[in-house]
Ligand binder design. Structure first.
Ligand SMILES: Cc1cc2nc3c(=O)[nH]c(=O)nc-3n(C[C@H](O)[C@H](O)[C@H](O)COP(=O)(O)OP(=O)(O)OC[C@H]3O[C@@H](n4cnc5c(N)ncnc54)[C@H](O)[C@@H]3O)c2cc1C
Length: 457
């Protein structure tokens, strides 16, 4: 490889954000290079369920669902509260429908709307995913579109640092490892390297309460964007926020989808006691599971198991590997798990009374899905985990990286996990389903577009 390369747009990272940014910039005419640290697609997008929230898509109209930008903004704000990037929510939501339709029309992705679940925080079905429910399928579609458009993805080429000229403008990057390094000069640089979920030192600095938890995301999320940005005077925001998940099946290490909770599962600890309102969602509930010694049991029934398995392949895989054990009665359920039988009997009786509307739920749960639960019961043992961080480089609605005071750093853009998220200032309670891919996809799209336009394409 030459020790110096020139492109219009350098994209660091080949996840949803980077691939979409590259495709959009190329579509408008720019010459693009994508540099990927790993030797294959290996970021969080690949691991994800690929669910992208969007308001007002044609898929929603075809399903007879009326949605609006205002409704989606309200849903995100209700859960996130005020935070460093509150001003980004509306402009991102405004481009979300265009983005999802572009994924189908320009990138050839297959996208379907989830109508069987509303998903955490959303008042209307607006999560769009791939037929398999796996982000890998989205990445494969984007990779095929990139090959079609002649976009090179240089695997095994980590960006090491940014090059900045005397005026403070970014002019490219140093790339490579060890003695094998070279420089890329670029008119515009887009940081799409995700967050710092795999960087324990940054986790300890920004969100210490989750720093020692099991990490369920990609090992590639090592926080380079935040480090490069801070080194050249970029502002960071919402750095204490993250998405946790309350429901990683133990010992299988597979996700027990929160759809089971939405459809009626309740969570108990080893003593057979519930310890929170499952309606707050998988991210906020994660801290509650941690507080039980990271050992909890999702209790549901065979109707819920079969319903969810019918729609979600990854959950079906968990069932197939024995991660959803069945019991004919509550006492059998207790014997199977070692949960205190008398408490479990009482807890489930109370839960079912609340589900039937006979009493108020002691934890404030209002939506019970298919509950009351009935035999045969099903149980999955779970623990909580950190999925991905939601803080990062402050950007404007055009994905331009900002200094404190909001002046953009010339030529530098960021999106996805590298940029500030929309999930509150700190903790896991502010995360609405799909916030991760919402900023990855829309900010990637906007970054690619603005890079091309600012370069005169
Ligand atoms: C199990 C799981 C399920 C999830 N499900 C969903 C979901 O359904 N919906 C949703 O909205 N969110 C979901 N998320 C979150 C979502 O996956 C992320 O928010 C999103 O994928 C981030 O996209 P990205 O492009 O920013 O990062 P990534 O997809 O991680 O891509 C970043 C890329 O940058 C590369 N990179 C890193 N450093 C460098 C460097 N120095 N030089 C070059 N390349 C570099 C990495 O190797 C990686 O390929 C889930 C997360 C997990 C862990």
């Amino acid at each position: 490889m030459s020790d110096h390369i020139e492109v219009d747009v350098l994209v660091a990272g080949a996840g949803a954000c980077g691939l979409i940014a590259a495709l959009r910039a190329r579509e408008l005419g720019a010459r693009v290079a994508v540099l990927e640290k790993f030797d294959r697609f290996a970021g969080n997008t690949v691991l994800s369920c690929g669910s992208i929230p969007a308001a007002g898509t044609r898929m929603q109209r075809e399903a007879g669902i009326t949605d609006s930008v205002q409704s989606m903004v309200d849903d995100i704000e209700r859960v996130s509260g005020r935070h460093d990037a509150s001003g980004l929510i509306r402009p991102i939501v405004e481009r979300s429908a265009e983005l999802v339709e572009w994924l189908v029309d320009h990138c050839g992705a297959e996208v379907k709307l989830y109508t069987n679940y509303k998903h955490v925080g959303h008042s209307i079905p607006r999560l769009h995913t791939q037929p398999s429910g796996q982000g890998l399928e989205l990445v494969n579609s984007l990779a095929a579109a990139a090959a079609r458009d002649g976009i090179d993805i240089a695997f095994g080429n980590p960006v090491q640092s940014l090059i900045v000229d005397a005026s403070g403008a970014v002019t490219g990057a140093h790339v490579g490892a060890g003695n094998e390094t070279y420089t890329v000069s670029a008119g515009k640089t887009i940081l799409a390297t995700n967050g710092y979920g795999a960087n324990r030192a940054l986790l300890r600095e920004f969100c210490p309460e989750i720093a020692d938890a099991q990490y369920f995301g990609a090992p590639t999320a090592e926080g380079e964007a935040v480090q490069w940005g801070r080194a050249i005077g970029a502002a960071v925001g919402n750095t204490g926020a993250y998405q946790a998940h309350a429901s990683v099946a133990y010992p299988h290490g597979e996700l027990l989808t929160w759809s089971a909770a939405e459809k009626g599962a309740c969570y108990v600890n080893r003593q057979g006691l519930r310890f929170g309102n499952e309606n707050i969602g998988y991210s906020g509930f994660g801290a509650l599971v941690m507080a039980q010694g990271n050992e909890a049991y999702a209790i549901y029934d065979s109707r819920i198991r079969d319903y969810v398995a019918h729609y979600q392949q990854t959950y079906k895989a968990l069932v197939d590997m024995g991660g959803a054990r069945e019991a004919a009665s509550v006492s059998e359920l207790a014997a199977l798990t070692g949960i205190d039988p008398a408490n479990l009997e009482k807890t489930l009786a109370t839960y079912n009374q609340a589900a039937r509307g006979e009493i108020a739920d002691p934890f404030g749960r209002r939506d019970f899905g298919m509950a009351p639960l009935q035999p045969p019961f099903v149980v999955t043992r779970v623990g909580a985990a950190l999925f991905h961080t939601q803080g990062g480089l402050m950007v404007d609605a055009g994905a331009r990286v900002l200094r404190p005071g909001n002046a953009p750093i010339p030529n530098l853009f960021a999106g996805g996990g590298a940029a500030v998220g929309l999930s509150g200032l700190r903790g896991g309670n502010g995360y609405v389903s799909g916030n991760g891919l919402l900023t990855a996809t829309v900010l990637g799209y906007v970054a690619g577009e603005n890079c091309a336009r600012e370069l005169g394409y």
